[in-house]
Design a protein around this ligand. Sequence first.
Ligand SMILES: Cc1ncc(COP(=O)(O)O)c(C=O)c1O
Length: 433
Amino acid sequence: MRDVATRSIAFVAVPVSFGGPRMLPHHSRNLPVALPLRSLTPAPPDPILGLTETFRADARPHKVNLSVGVYVDDTGITPVIASVLEAERRLLAKAGSKGYLPIDGRPGYKNAVRDLIFGPDHEIVESGRSATAQTPGGTGALRVAADFLLQTGSSKTIWLSDPTWPNHPQLFSMAGFALRTYPYLDESGRGIDVSRMLGSLRSAAPGDVVLLHGSCHNPSGVDPDAETWAAVAEIVADRELVPIVDFAYQGFGFGLREDADWLVGLARPGLEFLICSSFSKNFALYNERVGALTIVAADPSRAGSALSHLKIAIRSNYSNPPAHGGDIVETILTDPALRAQWEVDLAGMRNRILGNRAALVKALVDAGVPGHWDPIQRQRGMFALLGLSADQVARLRDDFAVYVVGKGRINVAGLTSANLPYVVGAVKAVIED
Ligand SMILES: Cc1ncc(COP(=O)(O)O)c(C=O)c1O
């Protein structure tokens, strides 16, 4: 392995052009001639959230939405978890304020998020060589990361796993990145093609950005084992790549610390990387839009410098983050009793999903649905890939009102004892047809 002590993300401001779009005199009463709406054709709907809009409009009473990654309990409800309810009660009882938050969020929140990722005693925490900013959800963190990297002169090439969450390619190309992909799944779609994946990562140019799913790979639910993660970390260090870890599911795989293990192993002297946290899933705070971007730098002074550039990326985008979700997360993470309650809430969601995996596999096997279903039980997180064709996915929707995305990605958390037999019957029908 080459010495990585000197590698860094370059924090150099890129000159900004102030040319801007042509401005119309503000006394003009006519429609602006430059507005291109007349030549616009409708854009395709979002592959996941667009499907949910179609689902809402579907009048069939037996419809089942397994497309979007939202946890539901066995009654089909997305609950506000107990720790969040209590935190909200406490926040309501305090004399609050609706004043702006700092551009990068509250210090207490930022520290709590950093400790959650690395553990409070980690060298990164003690040395102060990281910088965290609160963001609107994990998506906000990814977009700020993209803007920050391009604004500070990083490589314009990002490597995404194939397959990946459909918003990754859209988000990074809209931000200005050129997209490359590294192969991820093997032929069966149930395991990782380790040698092809590592071979592809080895071909990335020094400085290229590589997006890694922190845990619970979306859409496959298949994560690298410790040995593969160690090999990825070696390549990242050796090829001087810039990793962005998309950490949208911390605690949904094996546990809070277990899911962060490999990522903490990425932390070696000189290796700088970014982590995008989402608290949509593990706190069930989907519509509060709460997340964070953490940058690990070689030393505290570079972390400070990174933060100053992060603030520019944020200020020029949404200015500063919304407060309520972040206040809930901070309240929970900084109160030992609430934190313990949250870990129980989180384990409850994780275990229900694992139970659903086992029930799904049993039902598919019992019903004699052709296919190799067993690995679904070993996958982690919200999703499983059924490996269906586009035709089969369309038939599930059109003939059975069962909504799934891509190659049959289903949200395992969306299965309930009431809808499971119907879903399995529908899958059997489209596979056997
Ligand atoms: C892999 C991945 N990254 C990021 C996100 C974004 O999460 P958020 O809703 O917090 O923006 C999601 C949400 O589904 C996801 O699956």
